[in-house]
Design a protein around this ligand. Structure first.
Ligand SMILES: *[C@@H]1O[C@H](CO)[C@@H](O)[C@H](O)[C@H]1NC(C)=O
Ligand SMILES: *[C@@H]1O[C@H](CO)[C@@H](O)[C@H](O)[C@H]1NC(C)=O
Ligand SMILES: *[C@@H]1O[C@H](CO)[C@@H](O)[C@H](O)[C@H]1NC(C)=O
Ligand SMILES: *[C@@H]1O[C@H](CO)[C@@H](O)[C@H](O)[C@H]1NC(C)=O
Length: 433
């Protein structure tokens, strides 16, 4: 009797604990994200790629970082590369316990869509599906990217239908497996000549099964003490107005003015933008030689230290207790602490948004003419068929190069936009390239 009562009490207690620990899932409705409890979700994210192959397998490290990120005010991480055969349970729990969600890229280093030899095929599809299989099970997985900056130059827009075809096939796969409707989106380089055509094209058309579920922009326009006008964010905001799916900054954090003060966060979460945008992901967590870090794991060492200390890769310690980079970490913390828009409750949100029109092509500009039939699985882009690529603009102004510039974790794409001399210099310093 007594023991039965105790057992029942224990069961109730454990149910209560489970309820407390469970993290609400995130869903996309119309142009916004919501927690499953109905509160709007704004991303306060951090790009997180401590190790090239997969930063989500070292549970102890994830726990240390999750605690520091929670103190910073973050509620999301973005990871570019994962190993779908690894066990991510410990790391995903560490982040869930801190209220932190994951946006993860589905492509791997050797399966990303290549704008110079554009194809979408079975090998790539199966690789993306494996990442989805692995991460869909975690309640704090918030979104999948079909690619990061696949289109890195203004003359690469013919790759866009291949991005859409990949999204189509992975969304169909998700649905066929009865996975949660985790949004499948794209993370774009901010290329002035393709605005707003790329974001509109990826969302356009009458068949939602063939368009992306969310759009992320990697924007480095707002440096130092800018404002909505001088940064160009007012233009971005204008282009995002009326967009039918969630749009957010999938990377931001210009570092040409030091220290970083993250003034753009007050705009993104402020009254002009917070009804249109769903937040921002700051580039990046770990301090590397490119100077975008919010924390470090100790002083950098000589690159030769790699031979004696496995924590150190390319001269940078990659494990340990995170130590804030000052004052950048506390600057971001102070910004985020004051920026908590209420947003809209899902119960009060009944969007009647239409997809944007599919843009028509212009010579030397956007090269995809309207709502073209998407490539089928196995198709390869033939550039000589239309001759369209021959008319692409030859040069990118230096101002635009600066706007799209960054570094890092999923490098390689940025290289193409730089001068050969600069590429040579940067190769000497940037590990992930
Ligand atoms: C929904 O969950 C989020 C995250 O845990 C929390 O911040 C918010 O207050 C919750 N909303 C409601 C209505 O309980
Ligand atoms: C798909 O494309 C990739 C990259 O071009 C290639 O390595 C792979 O062999 C292709 N797979 C198939 C099934 O054609
Ligand atoms: C929408 O697109 C999906 C995926 O390509 C296709 O299976 C479906 O038939 C399309 N629906 C309509 C009404 O065309
Ligand atoms: C695209 O632009 C880049 C940089 O301006 C140039 O090197 C490349 O040849 C162009 N590609 C095509 C297909 O025109």
């Amino acid at each position: 009797m007594f023991s039965k009562v105790l057992a029942t009490a224990g069961l109730i207690a454990s149910l209560a604990i489970n309820t407390v620990n469970a993290i609400p899932t995130i869903e996309a409705v119309g142009a916004k994200f919501f927690y499953s409890n109905g509160t709007q979700y704004y991303i306060k994210g951090i790009a997180y790629q401590l190790t090239e192959a997969d930063p989500l397998i070292d549970t102890t490290q994830c726990q240390l970082d999750a605690v520091s990120m929670e103190a910073l005010g973050a509620n999301a991480i973005r990871v570019y590369h994962v190993d779908p055969s690894a066990d991510h349970t410990g790391c995903m729990k560490a982040f869930a316990d801190a209220g932190i969600y994951l946006f993860v890229d589905l492509e791997t280093f050797n399966t990303a869509i290549d704008p110079d030899h554009t194809t979408w095929n079975q090998t790539m599809y199966e690789a993306y599906a494996k990442v989805m299989d692995n991460f869909q099970a975690f309640e704090n997985t918030a979104g999948f990217f079909i690619g990061n900056e696949v289109i890195a130059l203004d003359n690469q827009s013919l790759a866009a239908p291949y991005i859409k075809a990949a999204a189509r096939d992975l969304k169909a796969y998700r649905n066929s497996k009865n996975y949660r409707s985790i949004p499948v989106g794209y993370s774009a380089a901010d290329i002035a000549q393709l605005r707003p055509m790329l974001q509109n094209y990826l969302a356009c058309g009458n068949n939602a099964s063939e368009s992306i579920d969310m759009f992320g922009l990697n924007a480095y326009e707002w440096c130092g003490n800018n404002n909505l006008q001088t940064s160009g964010y007012d233009i971005l905001n204008q282009y995002a107005t009326g967009y039918n799916i969630p749009i957010f900054f999938s990377e931001t954090g210009c570092n040409t003015v030091q220290p970083r003060t993250f003034e753009d966060q007050s705009a993104i979460f402020g009254p002009v933008m917070n009804g249109i945008w769903s937040g921002a992901i700051i580039y990046e967590w770990i301090e590397e030689t490119n100077n975008y870090g919010l924390i470090s794991y100790g002083p950098s060492a000589a690159a030769t230290a790699v031979a004696t200390n496995t924590n150190i890769v390319a001269g940078i310690s990659r494990t340990g207790t995170p130590l804030p980079v000052t004052p950048d970490y506390s600057n971001l913390q102070a910004q985020w602490a004051t920026l908590t828009p209420t947003g809209t409750a899902s119960s009060a949100y009944t969007p009647s948004l239409s997809p944007p029109a599919c843009p028509t092509s212009t010579a030397g500009g956007w090269l995809v003419n309207g709502d073209v039939a998407l490539p089928s699985l196995g198709q390869t882009l033939s550039t000589d068929a239309s001759g369209a690529t021959a008319t692409a603009t030859a040069t990118t102004s230096s101002a635009q190069s600066t706007a799209t510039k960054k570094s890092g974790s999923n490098g390689g794409k940025e290289i193409a936009g730089m001068s050969a001399g600069l590429v040579g210099v940067m190769l000497g310093f940037m590990y992930w390239l």
